[in-house]
Design a protein. Structure first.
Length: 172
């Protein structure tokens, strides 16, 4: 059974999330993934109306795979100059303004939650998460047992999470 171009475009819309995940898994960059999906959509629009496609999902997957291969070949050819690779890395490593605001809000919420913890619990989290100390180093520094540090660190994280959730649900 052959299927028209219109049906393939409908399948593309239905399969968009799966295609996005597949391409992102292969290229490891959300921006490049979006670009390749846009290229795929444009490629589908350039398919002649009279062309019949027997398996639209397979056609989409094959076209996506071919775009990934074409892109990697292009990157390989341009790698000799090195410039485009650096540009692509810079683009992929940029944080969007929305993500920057979300991150800033999370840091503010964490700061508020930490300020409400008892000093001892705040110190444990600071040593562990900020300074990267191991539980054994903290236990030695505090003259406490390892199990005490583990239990209180877990309790500190739970308390901090509860405070942050309370702030979110009450809108304070």
């Amino acid at each position: 059974m052959s299927i028209s171009k219109l049906h393939v475009l409908q399948v593309f819309q239905k399969e968009y999330q799966n295609l996005f995940k597949f391409i992102k898994y292969k290229v490891k960059c959300p921006d490049l993934t979006s670009d390749l999906l846009q290229d795929l959509y444009l490629k589908l629009h350039s398919v002649p109306e009279k062309k019949k496609i027997n398996n639209p999902k397979g056609y989409l997957n094959t076209a996506a795979r071919n775009l990934i291969i074409d892109n990697s070949r292009k990157s390989y050819q341009i790698l000799e100059t090195g410039q485009e690779e650096q540009i692509n890395l810079a683009i992929c490593n940029q944080v969007s303004p929305e993500q920057r605001v979300i991150d800033q809000n999370m840091v503010e919420q964490l700061g508020l939650a930490l300020s409400q913890l008892p000093k001892e619990k705040r110190d444990l989290l600071t040593l562990s998460r900020v300074y990267g100390w191991t539980n054994q180093q903290i236990a030695k520094h505090k003259n406490k047992s390892l199990s005490w540090v583990e239990k209180n660190l877990a309790l500190s994280l739970i308390m901090c999470s509860d405070i942050a959730q309370e702030k979110n649900t009450h809108g304070k």
